[in-house]
Structures are given as C-alpha cells and as structure tokens.
Design a protein around this ligand. Structure first.
Ligand SMILES: O=C(CO)COP(=O)(O)O
Length: 349
C-alpha cells in the first residue's frame, strides 16, 4: 500500500554570505538539503516554519529572486538582509543543530591549505566540495591563502566556513604585509587560524602575540581556530602536557569568551610527516586538555569547547581518530587539497 507522505521541510543549515562587492551588496540565503520525508528527523532543529517565514518575507517583496530550485533567495539590499536577521537568528538555527556526537559538540573539520593552490586547483577543490555529499553534522572550515579568499568564497558551498590563515592584532595601520580580522570579515571570511606551529617556528610568533591576535580576532567577530602542539623534542622529553598547558595559558590570559573558539591540537612531529598520532596518543592529550579546561577555565567551557586533532590526518586514519570521545574534529593540511578530504569530513558517518 502506498503510504501518504505529509510534506514537511527539514533544513540542515542556514547561512548567509555576501556574493558581490560592488555598489550594491547582494546576499544569498541558502536553505540546504531540504527533505520532504516526514519520517526524517530534523537535522538541525530547523523546521518548515523557517521556510514558511522566508516565503512570507519573499512575498512581501524582500527578495529579488525567490527559490530558484526552492532553496535559494536573494535580498535586494544589505538592509533587507539585516531586517531579516533581526527576526531570525541564524546563530540559533545553526547552534540548535543536533549532532550524532554524544558530547553535543558539533564535529568540526578544517582544511588548512597553507601556501598551496592556484586559481585552477582551487576551483577544482571547490568543485569537488560543491558536488560532494558532506555530512550535515560536520562543520567545515576552509583555511585558504589570503589572496584567494574572495575567489574561494564565491566558489565554495555557502554553508562551508572560510578562514584566513593568519591575521594581525589590530584593525588597520602601518603594518606592511599584514592583514586584519576586519579585512577578513569584509571579504566574507568568518574564521581565522591562529598560532599554527609553522607561524610559531618559521615566523617566530610568541605565545603572547598569538593570544593577542586571538583576542582581537574574537573582538572583531571572527571565529578562531587556536592551534597548539608540542615538538618531537618536547614529546621525547616528556613535556607534552607542560607545553600545551603553557600555550593554553597564554590564550586564556586574553580569551574571556570561548564560544567562538575551536582549539586545534597539532603535535608538530605529526605535521606533514605522515606520522599521525595514534588515536590513543591523540585522545590522551585531548583528555588532558579537557581536564585543564575544567581546572583553569570552567566545566562548561570544558564540556563545550571543540578540540580538533591535526597532523597527517588522511581518509585512512580519520575514522578511528574520530571515534575518540575528546576528538571533535580535525585540522587537515595535505589531505585537504585532495578529494579524500570529503571522506575526512564524513569520518563520523
Ligand atoms: O598542519 C596541519 C594542519 O594545520 C596538518 O598538516 P598535514 O595534515 O599535512 O600533516
């Protein structure tokens, strides 16, 4: 017998991004992956009500284009977009998201392209990501070379976050060669990766400078992937916990609200070496960090702060690492430039 489906729309993510930077701002509002299956649980707590509200806004003439393929709207003006968000908080929608992780922390996978890519290869990666079925329970952030950020923003699926790989600690001024969080935000990036071991080792960034950068980036409204990790020498000297605690202390001196922070634990000896920490090795440090957060920040922050693992993550080892209770995602270098990045994003599936 044919059972009747009651059409109900489930929406997995809601996001708004600027798409042009000329005289008028145009914004796209995407409702992704709607399902008409009444039996499918709501993935992010977003229901047909939201869609109905969008439709009603559209009927009031707020949009220039309504639902090409059902899922996409466009505001005429920045003001229109702002008005819409006065009524609907996308933050709430996104954070209302259920994840299949028992911890309640949404799995978060960053791709750190480092100083790699050109227009052609970036277009290829963006095409792969656009065409792939990405786990809606995973938040994805792409760390792109600054010169290609705007280019990538226009090619990447809009529900993917975009990160600068560095930003200075003030908004503007005579700092030749630097970029600021305000600039990142201005071109549509919503994240910044700070304190990467390559910045620490090659560009001699201190714990203190990195923490100041994090403080400023957060104050400017960016989300921060705050990197930490010990060198091989430090690990062999039994100093792993001491080193990551020192790096966390520096961040904690400056960061008062951890809501927009993800910590990336990246043992330096595992970066680009093909030597991944075993799932147990990684879990051990993540559990130490979780306890450090209880002891030095709060139980709430310890329970909610996401800690990524980074260092030679590949499609082959991601699934085992992702099973560990304190590993809430990955920061991926080399493999984020390859199609296998899709499998890493989907490691929890
Ligand atoms: O540094 C990293 C991500 O920030 C890790 O790099 P690999 O994944 O290439 O080891």
């Amino acid at each position: 017998m044919h059972s009747k489906l009651v059409p109900k729309v489930y929406i997995q993510s809601v996001r708004c991004i600027p798409t042009h930077y000329h005289s008028h701002y145009h914004y796209h509002y995407f409702l992704r992956s709607c399902s008409m299956d009444a039996n499918q649980p709501s993935v992010s707590g977003v229901t047909a009500d939201v869609l109905k509200a969008v439709v009603s806004q559209a009927l009031l003439g707020k949009f220039t284009a309504v639902f090409p393929k059902l899922f996409k709207c466009q505001w005429k003006t920045y003001e229109g977009q702002k008005k819409f968000f006065a009524n609907f908080s996308t933050e709430n929608i996104i954070t209302a998201s259920n994840s299949n992780n028992m911890s309640g922390r949404k799995f978060c996978v960053g791709g750190n392209w480092k100083m790699n890519g050109d227009q052609k290869s970036i277009a290829d990666i963006c095409k792969t990501l656009s065409g792939a079925a990405l786990d809606p329970n995973t938040e994805v952030v792409i760390g792109c070379p600054s010169i290609y950020l705007m280019y990538a923003r226009n090619l990447l699926p809009c529900e993917l976050g975009l990160a600068g790989q560095n930003a200075y600690k003030v908004a503007k001024g005579a700092f030749t060669g630097e970029i600021s969080p305000a600039m990142l935000k201005d071109i549509g990036a919503d994240w910044v990766i700070l304190g990467h071991s390559e910045r620490r080792a090659i560009f001699k960034e201190s714990d203190e400078l990195i923490a100041e950068k994090a403080e400023h980036a957060l104050a400017e409204g960016l989300k921060v992937i705050a990197c930490i990790g010990e060198t091989l020498q430090e690990r062999e000297a039994g100093k792993t916990n001491e080193v990551v605690a020192r790096q966390m202390c520096a961040y904690a001196q400056k960061i008062k609200d951890w809501k927009n922070v993800v910590v990336a634990y990246e043992p330096v000896w595992a970066i680009g070496t093909g030597k991944t920490a075993t799932p147990d090795q990684a879990q051990e440090v993540h559990a130490f960090l979780r306890q450090w957060l209880i002891d030095n920040i709060s139980k709430e922050v310890s329970a909610s702060l996401r800690i990524q693992y980074g260092g030679s993550v590949t499609a082959a080892n991601a699934k085992e690492l992702a099973k560990k209770p304190d590993i809430d995602g990955f920061l991926v270098g080399g493999a984020s430039l390859k199609p296998e990045f899709v499998d890493i994003i989907n490691a929890r599936q």
